[in-house]
Design a protein around this ligand. Structure first.
Ligand code: GDP
Ligand code: MG
Length: 444
C-alpha cells in the first residue's frame, strides 16, 4: 500500500555513505524525504515543521551505530521522535470518578461518534464489567437517536428512552439522573456534529459539558481528515477541554498523520482507534505501529537495532565498499550468509527492509531458505580461495570436487552460483544507479 514511500526511504538507506557521526548534510538529505513522507501521510504542515526541527536537533552530530548506515540511523531517530510525540502506550479511558461516570463524545458529523459510542460501551461492559447507559443528544439529525438505540440493542447496552422535543442539555440531564437512579457505572453522551466546526455546535456541547461534568471528553476524529485535523482538534480542545482522542477509519487508506497532528496540537492522548464499521472494530492505540504507518516502512527500526547488535562493523564496511564497486565475490557471500544466520535468516532480514519485496522474491526463487544457509556455507568452504574470489573459473570438474567435498550434488553448487550472480546484480543496483541523486546531494 505504501510502496512509493518505502522506496524513497530505502533509497536514503542505500545511498547515504558511511561515516562516524551524522553530519548536517546527512540529516538534511534524509529529512527532506522524511518531510515528504509526513506530508504524504497528511501530517499538518506546522506539525511537520516542528517535528523535523526536533529531529534535526537530535540527529546532527549523533554517533552512527557501528555497522548501520547514517540513513538508517536517521530513520531510527525519526521513528523514536515520532513515537515520543505520539505518546505512550495504553492510554485507557479513565473511569476513576464517582459513578455514574460521564463520557462526552464530541466531533464533526460523520466522524464516527455514534458508532464509537456503541463500541466503547460494549468494551466497558464486556471487558470491565460496567453497567453502561448510552444517550443520544443529537436532536438535529433525523433518526440519530434511533440509530444509537439500534446499536445499543446490538451490543446489549441500555439506551435512554427517547422523549420527543427535548434539547440536548435536557436529554443529558435526564441521562445522568436515570443513571443515578438505575445504578449505572457509566453514562455515554453522544452529541450532534456539524460538517465543519461551528459556533452553535460548540455552544451546545459546552452547555452539555457544564450540565453533566463528564469525566472524559473524547474527541472522535476521522483519520482521513488530513490537514484539517489540526484546526478541528484545536477548536474542540479550546472550547471543550478534550481529555482524549479516538481516531476512526484507521482501517482505511489513512496513513495516520492525523494522529500526530492532533496529538501535537492538543497534547491530548490518542486513546483508541476505530478500525471498521462493526461494533467490535475498536483497538488500543500503539504509537510504534502508527509511527511505522506514518513513515510507510517495514520494521526498519528493529532491523537497525538488531544489526547494531550483530553486525561486525569492519566486515559491513568492507561489504559496503564492495557493493558500491559492484564487486561481490563468494567470500562476501559467505560472510553475508553468516550474518543472515545471526539476523534470523534471510526472511527475517529482507522482511524488515522496505522496498525489497521484489529482491526477496528473487532470492527465494533461487531457493535460499534458512535451513540451507549452512549447507551453502559448506559449499563455499569447499572451494579454494581463488575459486571464491573468481567463481568464473568453476567448470564441471571443479564443481564435482566441491560437491563431493561438501556432501551435495553438483546441481546444488550450480544453484548457489546462480544465487550469487543474482545477488551480485542486485547489489550492484543498490550500490550505484538508483541512489546516485541522493549521494550526489551529499557531495560524496
Ligand atoms: P457520527 O455522525 O459522528 O455519529 O458518525 P457515525 O457513527 O454515524 O458514523 C458515520 C459512518 O462512519 C458510519 O457509516 C459508520 O459505520 C462509519 N464508521 C465509524 N467508525 C468507523 C471506522 O472506524 N471505520 C470505518 N470503516 N467506518 C467507520
Ligand atoms: Mg451520530
Amino acid at each position: 500500500m505504501f510502496e512509493g514511500l518505502s522506496d524513497k526511504l530505502s533509497n536514503i538507506l542505500s545511498s547515504l555513505t558511511r561515516r562516524g557521526a551524522l553530519t548536517e548534510e546527512d540529516v538534511n538529505a534524509a529529512l527532506r524525504e522524511v518531510r515528504r513522507a509526513l506530508l504524504e501521510a497528511d501530517v499538518a504542515l506546522e506539525v511537520v515543521r516542528s517535528f523535523t526541527d526536533k529531529v534535526r536537533a537530535r540527529a546532527v552530530g549523533a554517533e552512527v551505530v557501528k555497522s548501520v548506515s547514517p540513513g538508517q540511523q536517521v530513520v531510527k531517530i525519526v521513528h523514536d521522535q515520532l513515537v515520543e510525540m505520539l505518546g505512550s502506550d495504553a492510554e485507557v479511558i479513565s473511569l476513576n470518578a464517582v459513578p455514574p461516570v460521564g463520557i462526552l463524545m464530541v466531533g464533526l458529523q460523520g466522524s464516527g461518534k455514534t458508532t464509537t459510542t456503541a463500541k466503547i460501551a460494549r468494551r466497558l461492559k464486556d471487558r470491565e464489567n460496567r453497567k453502561v447507559l448510552m444517550a443520544s443528544l443529537d436532536t438535529r439529525r433525523p433518526a440519530a437517536q434511533e440509530q444509537l438505540a439500534v446499536l445499543g440493542k446490538q451490543v446489549g447496552v441500555d439506551t435512554l428512552p427517547i422523549v420527543a422535543g427535548q434539547s440536548a442539555v435536557q436529554i443529558a440531564r435526564r441521562a445522568m439522573e436515570a443513571a443515578r437512579l438505575g445504578g449505572y457505572d457509566v453514562v455515554m453522551l453522544d452529541t450532534a456534529g456539524r460538517v465543519t466546526v461551528d459556533e452553535a455546535l460548540m455552544v451546545e456541547a459546552a452547555e452539555v459539558r457544564a450540565a453533566t461534568n463528564p469525566h472524559e471528553v473524547l474527541l472522535v476524529a476521522d483519520a482521513l481528515t488530513g490537514q484539517d485535523a489540526v484546526n478541528t482538534a484545536r477548536a474542540f480542545d479550546q472550547r471543550l477541554g478534550v481529555t482524549g482522542i479516538v481516531l476512526t477509519r484507521m482501517d482505511g487508506d489513512a496513513r495516520g498523520g492525523a494522529a500526530l497532528s492532533m496529538r501535537a496540537v492538543t497534547g491530548k492522548p490518542i486513546k483508541l482507534i476505530g478500525t471498521g464499521e462493526k461494533v467490535d472494530a475498536l483497538e488500543e492505540f500503539h504509537p510504534s505501529r502508527v509511527a511505522n504507518r506514518i513513515l510507510g516502512m517495514g520494521d526498519i527500526v528493529s532491523l537497525v537495532e538488531r544489526a547494531a547488535e550483530n553486525f561486525d562493523a569492519e566486515k559491513a564496511q568492507r561489504m559496503a565498499d564492495k557493493m558500491r564497486k559492484g564487486k561481490f565475490d563468494l567470500d562476501d557471500l559467505r560472510d553475508q550468509l553468516a550474518q543472515m544466520e545471526k539476523l534470523g535468516g534471510l526472511g527475517g532480514l529482507m522482511g524488515m527492509l522496505p522496498g525489497v519485496a521484489k529482491m526477496k522474491a528473487q532470492l527465494e526463487s533461487a531457493n535460499l531458505d534458512d535451513r540451507i544457509i549452512k549447507r551453502q556455507r559448506a559449499i563455499i568452504d569447499s572451494m579454494t580461495p581463488a575459486e571464491r574470489r573468481n567463481p568464473d573459473i568453476l567448470k564441471a570438474s571443479r564443481k564435482k570436487r566441491i560437491a563431493s567435498g561438501s556432501g551435495v550434488k553438483v546441481e546444488d553448487v550450480n544453484k548457489l552460483l546462480k544465487m550469487h550472480r543474482q545477488m551480485a546484480d542486485v547489489m550492484k543496483m543498490m550500490g550505484g544507479g538508483k541512489g546516485k541523486g541522493m549521494a550526489g546531494a551529499l557531495g560524496k
